[in-house]
Ligand binder design. Structure first.
Ligand SMILES: Cc1ncc(COP(=O)(O)O)c(C=O)c1O
Length: 367
């Protein structure tokens, strides 16, 4: 199983499982922008070389100033973390809610963070019948009952964005609401959709962002949280000093300025996602609508194909896919794949076609 440690993108496990060198794989199991990291990231990294002999700025002033200018919110409303994952954990620990509304399926770290902070999750189920959009009445009903809501916008593994009216209602009804916007940079209308401005002015709203997906720097780790300055103060009290290193801060600041990179990514994604979705549908797979850089699809429930067999067969052929049955609420007919460059996407479609035509099965025949 590729997700031995709970996530996709584990290349060491892939090498050991499938006996191929890292460079031989096309990795669809984690959702990085295939155009990244931006060219300026390498220069920024080399320039920051001199800085590693000193502690990084414990207040992350330059990066927070750049983020403040980008989003039009005060520096005091921003804190940075070693990836969004660290901030999900910190935000939950700063709140310590007894109960937290989560969507199922959703990113597994939410549940882990809730439980680690001593809370109990209340799951709102998402269904294929609704294309994995939450049913507003159940979501709002749960938000009224619980101490906090933690929700991906867009959600992972479904890639769906919340409706604006649902967002507004959540902001007005939830005691505390955390929007994980780790993948929102991939939405063309990110500036209209983000609730960052609400977060800096409403004491119950928190936004978590990641730079690791859009800028393809998951190995470097970088994220930030936007909230009311008092809430940021509580988060900072719990944070480990210097958790974001000097190179990550320098690369992050450079990446945020790279507008051509962002524009290129935003122009590339919608047609490529449509191409991949169409190609997978033509294989007889049910592909769900997505607003993000990944797609959730389903093998026909009455067919012989199951995701674990698909994962091992495609893995042996150097194509890594995400077993979505590991997400709460999905069964072994579900699979998630990143949208990558065309040649890689063709390789995925071809490998899946071969395996499906061979009838599925354990041994990788035909893939
Ligand atoms: C929805 C979601 N939020 C946050 C994260 C963590 O991001 P980071 O790499 O910034 O820690 C992930 C990683 O897969 C994710 O899928």
């Amino acid at each position: 199983m590729l997700e031995r440690y709970g996530h996709g993108g584990d290349m060491l496990t892939a090498e050991r499982l499938y006996g191929l060198p890292r460079g031989a794989f096309a990795d669809f199991s984690s959702n990085m922008n295939p155009w990244g990291p931006p060219a300026g990231a390498r220069e920024a990294m080399m320039a920051a070389w001199e800085e590693i002999a000193a502690y990084p700025d414990p207040a992350a002033r330059k990066l927070r100033t750049a983020l403040s200018a980008r989003h039009g919110v005060p520096v005091e409303s921003i804190w940075v973390g070693n990836g969004a994952a660290e901030l999900i954990d910190l935000v939950m620990r700063s709140m310590r809610p007894e109960t937290v509304t989560l969507l199922a399926p959703g990113f597994a770290e939410y549940e882990t963070a809730v439980r680690r902070a001593g809370g109990v999750p209340e799951f709102v189920p998402l269904t294929a019948e609704r294309d994995f959009l939450p049913e507003p009445a159940s979501l709002i009903g749960s938000a009224k009952r619980t101490g906090a809501v933690l929700i991906g916008n867009p959600n992972n593994p479904t890639g769906r964005l919340l409706r604006n009216d649902v967002i507004d209602e959540l902001i007005h009804t939830a005691r505390r609401i955390v929007f994980d916007e780790a993948f929102l940079d991939f939405a063309p209308d990110e500036r209209q959709r983000t609730v960052i401005r609400h977060a800096s002015s409403h004491s119950n709203v928190f936004v978590i962002r990641s730079l690791t997906k859009f800028y393809s720097i998951p190995g470097l780790r970088l994220g930030y949280v936007v909230a009311h300055p008092e809430a940021i103060g509580r988060i900072r009290e719990l944070a480990v000093p210097w958790s974001v290193n000097a190179i990550a801060m320098a690369v992050g600041a450079a990446a945020l300025q790279d507008e051509p990179f962002a524009a290129h990514t935003l122009a590339w994604l919608p047609p490529e996602r449509a191409w991949l979705s169409g190609s997978l549908s033509r294989l007889g797979l049910k592909v769900f609508p997505s607003d993000a850089n990944f797609l959730l699809f389903q093998f026909p429930p009455d067919g012989a194909w199951r995701v674990k067999q698909a994962q091992s067969a495609l893995g042996a052929a150097g194509v890594l896919i995400r077993d979505a049955s590991l997400f709460r609420g999905l069964d072994d007919t579900y699979c998630r794949v990143a949208v990558k460059r065309r040649e890689d996407n063709e390789r995925l479609v071809e490998a899946l076609r071969n395996w499906m035509e061979a009838g599925g099965g354990q041994d990788g025949r035909g893939a």
